[in-house]
Design a protein around this ligand. Sequence first.
Ligand SMILES: N[C@@H](CCC(=O)N[C@@H](CS)C(=O)NCC(=O)O)C(=O)O
Length: 223
Amino acid sequence: MSQHRYVLRYFDIQGLCETLRLLLTASGVDWTEEHPEWPKEKTNQPMGHLPVLVVSNADGKPELVLSETLVIERYIAREYGLLPADNLAAARQEQLRDQLHDVGSTHIEYMHSTGERSAELVTKFEQDATCLVSVHVAALRHNGNNGHYFGDTLSYVDLAAYAFFKFFSNAGPRSLKSKIGLLDYTRIPEVSKLMAAVEASSSLEPYFTAEKVNGPRLATRFK
Ligand SMILES: N[C@@H](CCC(=O)N[C@@H](CS)C(=O)NCC(=O)O)C(=O)O
């Protein structure tokens, strides 16, 4: 069992945090979530934004208050064996994860954009999402199309991809909606298999049980 306890601070939405929630659950660590009052609590965060992970020792004494989504994810994934110790093997996962993050970021930027920039982002989303699907399908096939990206167990990129495709399976906003169909995993057999494998993981049972009890989180606030 872990020496550490964790508090995840974020808003009560999927947003940037669903991969992290999956990682913390799959790791079987002691973690809870808090939703700070915003913007009242903004200046109390080390970098002025969320997510933040408070890492405490077994006695509950805070050791580190960590910011930046991808850094937090990798700290947890490395700590609990969801990223391999070998740097090259880890980099293979991280490049796939960053590609997912980039397409997600384009979507977020699109939600705040108007006019010409908005049209540019629709084109960018289409190009990048098309590339992403071909890269991820190739990676899943390369691993024997067994529902995992690497080997035959759950890993960091499995969880990140699960969160990503689940996010986009909710109805998309405005004109990006027509492009979001590119990421409809029910039409991509390799990704459907991944989604089923993640949902069948016993280590994630608390995550899926909580989702049933609490209902799925809102995909985004930016309507
Ligand atoms: N680079 C940061 C970005 C974090 C970020 O933009 N967080 C947003 C929520 S998704 C936030 O805190 N917004 C409220 C604010 O900045 O006041 C990360 O990846 O963690």
